[in-house]
Design a protein around this ligand. Structure first.
Ligand SMILES: Nc1ncnc2c1ncn2[C@@H]1O[C@H](COP(=O)(O)OP(=O)(O)OP(=O)(O)O)[C@@H](O)[C@H]1O
Ligand SMILES: Nc1ccn([C@@H]2O[C@H](COP(=O)(O)O)[C@@H](O)[C@H]2O)c(=O)n1
Length: 213
């Protein structure tokens, strides 16, 4: 069983995807981390993130990089949205994500293009959204708890820039798959978001089982 969870930055898709993975006993992949690792490597090697060849060279990152907490920094997210717009970077990370999705028993993946590109035949697809203001507030709180002093206005501005870049690029833009269920978490607690996500996934699985009869 493959569950695809997509949505914009700080919409809560990772929180929901992790909870779904626990609920259904499936492994989880946060695909944003892969793009963050490329961005982090570009920066470490002092490469140019706007040059596709430089960004592709950074796709060969060491897997230990994925465990570095600095990957979660706001500026790495910004850089990730620059490198992720290059088609050859996306192509370079595609098979790794597909292999994870198609492993025996299934998986939960969250990102921007899981339901549209990585796993278009996923058994259940969610598109998680929330207003930019509420996403910025959540991300700001999270950054503060890690000792990051980035201002709320800066976090909100970064989220708007990242939304525009991720939705406006030609290669695998952030869009809701036509067969995804929409979950707006703007006014929902984490617990309620997870509860509703589980109901939506159960409904998608039941509908799929019925058409297979
Ligand atoms: N419904 C909610 N209510 C309040 N806070 C939430 C809610 N959902 C998630 N959060 C918090 O908001 C922050 C962002 O959530 P999360 O990391 O799940 O988002 P994301 O969409 O995966 O972000 P990114 O795209 O940057 O990976 C986290 O600190 C999380 O605990
Ligand atoms: N499937 C994906 C996942 C992520 N990206 C890009 O990476 C950036 C960081 O992702 P987070 O989920 O950690 O915020 C994001 O802004 C996207 O540009 C992607 O393109 N496809």
């Amino acid at each position: 069983m493959i569950i695809a969870v997509d949505g914009p930055a700080a919409s809560g898709k990772g929180t929901i995807a992790r909870a779904l993975a626990g609920h259904y006993g499936l492994p989880h992949l946060d695909t944003g981390l892969l793009y963050r690792a490329v961005a982090f490597t570009v920066r470490r090697l002092e490469l140019d993130p706007t040059r596709e060849a430089d960004a592709v060279a950074a796709c060969d990152f060491d897997d230990l990089t994925l465990a570095d907490p600095a990957l979660r920094d706001d500026d790495v997210g910004q850089l990730a949205s620059i490198v992720s717009a290059h088609p050859l970077v996306r192509a370079s990370l595609l098979q790794r994500q597909r292999r994870f999705a198609n492993q025996q028993g299934g998986a939960v993946l969250d990102g921007r293009d899981i339901g549209t590109v990585i796993a278009p035949d996923a058994d259940a697809k969610l598109f998680v959204k929330a207003t930019p203001q509420i996403r910025a507030r959540r991300r700001h709180t999270e950054l503060q708890s890690r000792g990051d002093t980035t201002s709320f206005d800066r976090v909100l501005a970064d989220i708007r820039v990242r939304d525009a870049r991720d939705s406006g690029r030609d290669a695998a833009p952030l869009i809701m798959a036509s067969d995804a269920a929409l979950l707006d978490t703007t006014f929902l607690s984490i617990e309620e978001s997870i509860r509703r996500a589980t109901v939506l996934v159960d409904a998608a699985l039941a509908a799929k089982a019925k058409t297979a009869e």
